[in-house]
Design a protein around this ligand. Structure first.
Ligand code: 2HA
Ligand code: ZN
Length: 273
């Protein structure tokens, strides 16, 4: 058995490949991290390089001390992950302080974790604190239609949430909390990480203007499905907007209230005005 045959590895690689096939990962665009369950790190242990050296993260995320993560590599292309996992992704351990990591498997030839690793860790921590330890995935991708929307609408959560919810009946059930929205921000830095972590308390999806989306989920299916649903809604929005006609009918506030009751989700008041 190879490490890449373990279920969580296959799930990670399949999600990366699916995102790539969707056209969301041009060149080295995007990054993905997964926090392993205890049973999964035990299964993978026999493949670990226990002599791997520690590297400082640049900040501490003490809530995640001692946890294990699968991460995409810095500068690596998602399209190469399936063909060569060990060269493009890695399995990292955080030390007990949450201030250093080491690569126990993968990221061959001295490759590094994504430049957004610290940002992902801060957002894992924010999500766990807000929603619970069942959240394990942080995913960033560059889907065209949602990026296009950020040039055409005011960058505010109410406008984006309502427009997206109205595009497909399932949307308010798939992302009942709505979407967070951030103005353009320099990527790779601490600022975008900190602002995202604040929004992560309330939202599973954050739209980064003129860049992409940053989202969190409990497993690969739910996180990928979330990005897919948001992007499909954005595609419909762009199609109807391009038709240059006003909507003649839509899903109304009363319809959303009916949906919430029927599916047992709670929709924030501020999106129902
Ligand atoms: O990893 O998408 O935002 C490349 C990026 C950074
Ligand atoms: Zn990006």
């Amino acid at each position: 058995m190879q490490i890449t045959e373990l279920d969580f590895m296959e799930g990670f690689i399949r999600m990366a490949t699916d995102g790539c096939n969707k056209g969301w990962h041009e060149r080295n665009g995007g990054n993905l991290t997964y926090r392993l369950k205890k049973s999964e790190s035990e299964q993978a242990r026999r493949f670990f390089n226990e002599a791997a050296p520690w590297t400082l993260l640049g900040a501490e995320v003490p809530e995640l001390g001692g946890e294990y993560f699968l991460v995409t590599g810095s500068g690596k292309f998602f399209r190469n992950i399936e063909r060569c996992p060990a060269g493009n992704i890695g399995l990292c351990e955080l030390d007990e302080s949450g201030g250093s990591y080491r690569v126990l498997w993968g990221l061959d030839n001295n490759a590094k974790p994504t430049s957004e690793f610290l940002s992902h860790l801060m957002n894992h921590a924010a999500k766990i604190k807000a929603k619970g330890a069942h959240y394990r995935v942080i995913y960033h991708c560059h889907p065209s239609n949602i990026i296009a929307m950020t040039f055409l609408l005011p960058l505010n959560e109410k406008v984006f949430t309502r427009e997206l919810w109205e595009m497909i009946t399932e949307c308010s059930i798939v992302f009942p909390d709505g979407v967070g929205v951030m103005a353009w921000e320099l990527c790779g830095g601490l600022e975008i990480a900190e602002k995202s972590a604040v929004l992560m308390k309330n939202y599973d999806v954050i739209v980064w203007a003129h860049h992409g989306i940053f989202c969190a989920g409990e497993d690969f299916d739910l996180t990928f499905g979330l990005a897919d649903t948001v992007e499909k809604a954005a595609e419909i929005w762009l199609k109807i907007t391009s038709a240059n006609k006003k909507k003649l009918q839509t899903i109304t506030t009363n319809n959303f209230i009916e949906l919430a009751e029927a599916f047992g989700v709670s929709l924030p008041e501020k999106f129902l005005e």
